[in-house]
Design a protein around this ligand. Structure first.
Ligand code: ADP
Ligand code: K
Length: 447
């Protein structure tokens, strides 16, 4: 289902014309109202009267996370404070939180893009949605909430965590949809199995997962464990919140539609800031085309992905691939760059391990080392009669040694790096407590 077919299928030439007109307006709007942008544009020789639209987008420079901090709290706002209907903060995964503001009109657009996203995810008016995204300053909870209401869903605003209550409500209220971080959806899937809750007691059909990078490894676990079709929702506070892009439930694995009439995406080279060829990986950059309280031009998200068009599919808007990771959490080991999502990707080809893992980079002498810890699958633990797993356990079982070796080989073949693989007992690695889960530790700066 398309929530707004006229826009979601707008022919590309018309979409471009719309974006072009909106961009020119947005440039003039910020030039008049936000000193930060006026100074920046003056320095860059950009003026609204001569700015030609999309073809001149590259002349605007970038807005970075530090610009939010330097203008904390309200320096980037384009409206008087009494016109701001809501404030949010980014969850502060990296460094100090940033403040974002919305007019009432901005909130309507926020709700509409989330409504479009949920419709693309398979949700239909009349269904119930259990919202396990965190409520509060984080944009996730309320962002999903109002979009779900706009689509005509019944919202169950549980927020993140409280796994007992989540499971109780899944059984009592029988929602068709769950929204959560992928790492928390893993926990719900695992707990349903562990507690022996029968699939018939749960009525879920769709899971809408986002706020952190995830791969098909997690999709498989969640789809099987919760008996759902799981799609990706992407967003960030600086641009809006969740609902900047969304995967269509019938096109899973082919990328997430970016709602381009509001958020104009670019992919640029991490070092030069120059646009890359279509389909190439680089840093995702967004320009808000319609935001009034806090318009942001060319925001350097630090997220690494690519953009592709597939002209035969259901919508005209561009698709972004899964986020491989953030530019600043890419590990550079002995000259090789990699993201933890590449390790996660490999796990789905090894049924003898669980989808839980951790990557630790450290330095011994002048050598960088990476250790990947992964849990042995519950079934294999049971088959081998194991309660716990130590290095000795692995030595005593040929099959575990072979598993360790084949995992290390897959890593070497796919990523091009030798890593130390450690097998752990099922259930020993940290699980999400309701929000995002950090799977990488870089100890090298401490050495
Ligand atoms: P913070 O930057 O503090 O985490 P936000 O809550 O605004 O604050 O999070 C936005 C970031 O979350 C994005 O820039 C991206 O790194 C990550 N993110 C959000 N949705 C997804 C997703 N579907 N896949 C991968 N990463 C995501
Ligand atoms: K997030």
């Amino acid at each position: 289902m398309l929530f707004n077919p006229a826009i979601e299928r707008l022919p590309l030439p018309q979409l471009r014309a719309l974006q072009n007109a909106l961009l020119k307006e947005q440039v003039a709007y910020v030039y008049d109202r936000v000193p930060f942008y006026k100074q920046k544009f003056d320095a860059l020789g950009v003026h609204p009267t001569t700015f030609r639209g999309l073809e001149d987008l590259g002349k605007l420079g970038f807005t970075k996370k530090t610009d939010f901090r330097d203008n904390y709290p309200f320096g980037l706002f384009a409206v008087p404070e009494n016109e701001v209907a809501r404030l949010h903060c980014s969850s502060g995964t990296t460094g100090k939180a940033t403040v974002v503001g919305y007019t009432a009109g901005d909130l309507d657009i926020f709700a509409e893009v989330v409504a479009r996203s949920l419709a693309a995810a398979g949700c239909r008016p009349g269904m119930k949605l259990q919202n396990a995204y965190g409520y509060g300053l984080f944009t996730g909870g309320l962002g999903i909430h109002y979009g779900a209401e706009m689509l005509g869903l019944t919202v169950i605003p549980v927020s993140g965590g409280s796994t007992d209550r989540q499971l109780q409500l899944l059984q009592d209220f029988r929602p068709e949809i769950i929204c959560a971080t992928p790492s928390y959806a893993q926990v719900l899937a695992e707990e349903i199995k562990r507690r022996g809750i029968s699939p018939e007691d749960i009525n879920l059909q769709y899971a809408v997962l986002g706020a952190e990078p995830w791969t098909d490894t997690i999709r498989q676990q969640v789809e099987m464990g919760l008996r759902v079709k799981a799609t990706n929702i992407y967003g960030l506070s600086e641009i809006m919140g969740p609902g900047v892009s969304q995967e269509d439930v019938n096109e899973r694995g082919t990328g997430s539609y970016v709602w381009e009439d509001h958020f104009y995406p670019e992919i640029v080279d991490k070092h030069t800031g120059e646009p890359v060829a279509e389909g190439e990986l680089g840093v995702l950059v967004f320009t808000t085309l319609t935001k009034k309280a806090m318009p942001i031009l060319r925001y350097w998200t630090n997220d690494i992905t690519n953009l592709t068009y597939d002209y035969s599919e259901s919508r005209t808007h561009v698709k972004m691939g899964p986020i491989r990771g953030r530019a600043d959490d890419m590990l550079i080991i002995r000259g090789v760059n990699f993201f933890h999502t590449q390790v996660e990707d490999i796990l789905s080809s090894l049924p003898q391990v669980s989808p839980y893992y951790q990557v630790v980079a450290s330095r011994r002498g002048s050598m960088d080392e990476v250790e990947v810890s992964v849990e042995i699958a519950e079934e294999l633990m049971r088959d081998l009669g194991l309660e716990t797993v130590t290095a000795d356990t692995v030595q005593q079982h040929d099959c575990l040694q072979a598993l360790q070796g084949s995992f290390a080989k897959k890593i070497k073949d796919n990523i091009g790096l030798s890593m130390k693989v450690t097998l752990l007992g099922f259930g020993t690695l940290p699980r999400s407590e309701g929000g995002k889960l950090n799977r990488v530790r870089d100890l090298r700066s401490l050495a």
